[in-house]
Each structure stands twice: as C-alpha cells, then as structure tokens.
Design a protein around this ligand. Sequence first.
Ligand SMILES: [Ca+2]
Ligand SMILES: [Ca+2]
Ligand SMILES: [Ca+2]
Length: 213
Amino acid sequence: MAVKTWTKATLGAAALCGVLSMGAATANAAVFDFQQAGNTSAQPLGFSQGSISGTVTAQYSGPYAGSLTPVVTQNTYGLGVSTWYHENGEVDGAPGVETLLFEFDTKVRLNSVSFAKADDNGCVFGLCWDDDWTVKVDDVTVANDSQQNPFLFGGLSGIVASSFSVSANGWDDSWRVSQMDVSAVPLPAAAWFLLTALGGLFGTRWLKKGQTA
Ligand SMILES: [Ca+2]
Ligand SMILES: [Ca+2]
Ligand SMILES: [Ca+2]
C-alpha cells in the first residue's frame, strides 16, 4: 500500500513538473529576426535575446577552401555567407557548399528557421533551378534538400539541442536565413530537484495518511 501511494505521488509530481517546464519554455520563446537594413558582415556574428545567446559562423567546403575566408553577411533579407570576391553574399552551393552554423551558449528548444530569397525557383530554356537546404542538428542531418519554409524542427514539438546548421549544396541553391524561433529550456538539474522535492512532500503526507487509516 505504501509503495503504491508513493508511486502515485511521484507520477503526480512528474506530471506537474512537465506542465511547469512546458510553461517555462513557452514563456521564454524567442524569435530572432535577422533582417536588417544595410549591408554588414562578421565572423562569427553574435546574437542575444533574453536568456538565449550564441554565435553564427560561416563555413565553406569546396575548391580553394584552404585559401578562402568565409564571413557571415547580413542585409534586409537576413543572414548569408560570402566566400568569394564579388559574390552576392547569399548562402549558395556553387562551386562549393556554404553553411551557416548556429551555436547556442546553453541548450535550447529549436522550433523553426525561416528562409528568404527562396522564391525565385524556375526554368529558363529547359534549365531549372530549385532552392533547398540541408539541415543538421548537433551535427546530425535531419533534412536533406528540404524546401519546407519555415523549416520546423521535429514537427511541432521542436528539438532540444545546442547547435544547428543550414547548408546549400546544389549549384542552383542561393538563399538567406531571415528568422529563427527558439525557446529556453529549464535546467534538467532544477527539474529533478523540483520532482524530488514534490515527490517527498506528497509521498510523506500520503504515507502518514495510510498509517493512520
Ligand atoms: Ca555565398
Ligand atoms: Ca537545389
Ligand atoms: Ca534563390
């Protein structure tokens, strides 16, 4: 009987804990709008809003990679990558693969990332081009040549991670990252502390009740 009530109390506390952490995540949701007037560049580019902060780094792999220095560009359409002299500063896949790597100072829940300049798909004289992006979360590919915009991480539930990246790997890919939507996640240690405290509180009370009955 005592074991049964203890289990019930723990489950109740766990459920309450889940509700509390969900509430915290929603309250701490942050939309980063990278669209900005003018033309600037940085490597890396820092971002910060509320309790969420981190950096964006431009990467390039392909011909002459060793002698080129990619930088993050920013304009009214959002973030891009400039690797070659006289290029348009968008994340593009020719002649090599350009990537924007987003790294967070603490783990966050990734909700979505939005793309700009991805609306000019079409064909000319039978030659077609098609903007798409390859998405990695903590260095693991979660989508290959996706055209989902905004791209939703893990469907509607999001993914808890400390980094993600978006790459252009086709000759016909050229776009920018306009926004990202992420949420702060409560520290696991704090959640466990709460769970243990609540479990102890209700467990003790119900155990006492069981003894007197
Ligand atoms: Ca580029
Ligand atoms: Ca493509
Ligand atoms: Ca484009």
